[in-house]
Design a binder for this molecule. Structure first.
Ligand code: THU
Length: 156
């Protein structure tokens, strides 16, 4: 037996102003996307914006439902829109932001396990998808989705 350590390289930015201009634009799109959230139950509005290899930015937001399991996260809302409308086009980057009625989250919002798995499917097919996790106090940037899901299930 030997013990191994799995490490995740993460870039941390102290504010939006520190981000490269293209990433700032994507974060702004994710923040705007929270306006499209339907969250009457949690009041937690999640927006996600994707930069596609064809230059387009597409966005999505969480959609809740009285039958809770019928709802979906902001990340998958954006992901499936992109996959359905731009089939085969690589998703280069995803930015995620979340807010309540009192404002944007101070700490970065990170995708749930199901969204990580869903995002990774397209990353495995098309190549690395960077992730920008927005928080008012700091922003984290990861070079791919797989780093958010170590020892993941990829194929059968
Ligand atoms: N939510 C997302 O949209 N993305 C995540 O990564 C985590 C959670 C949504 C689901 C639900 O509508 C609300 O946030 C509260 O959990």
């Amino acid at each position: 037996m030997k013990e191994i350590n799995l490490t995740i390289p993460v870039k941390e930015y102290s504010s939006e102003a520190e981000l490269p201009a293209a990433d700032r634009e994507l974060v702004e799109a994710a923040k705007r996307a929270t306006d499209g959230s339907y969250a009457p139950y949690s009041h937690f509005r999640v927006g996600a914006a994707l930069r596609l290899a064809n230059g387009k930015i597409v966005a999505g937001a969480n959609q809740e439902n009285a039958a809770f399991s019928a709802g979906t996260c902001g990340e998958r809302s954006a992901l499936y829109y992109a996959a359905a409308n731009y089939p085969g086009v690589r998703i280069e980057k995803i930015a995620i932001a979340a807010r309540t009625d009192s404002g944007f989250q101070k700490e970065p919002i990170s995708p749930c396990g199901v969204c990580r798995q869903a995002l990774m499917e397209y990353e495995t097919r098309d190549g690395d998808m960077e992730a920008i996790l927005y928080g008012e106090d700091r922003i984290l940037s990861l070079k791919n989705i797989k780093s958010l899901l170590p020892l993941c299930f990829t194929e059968f």
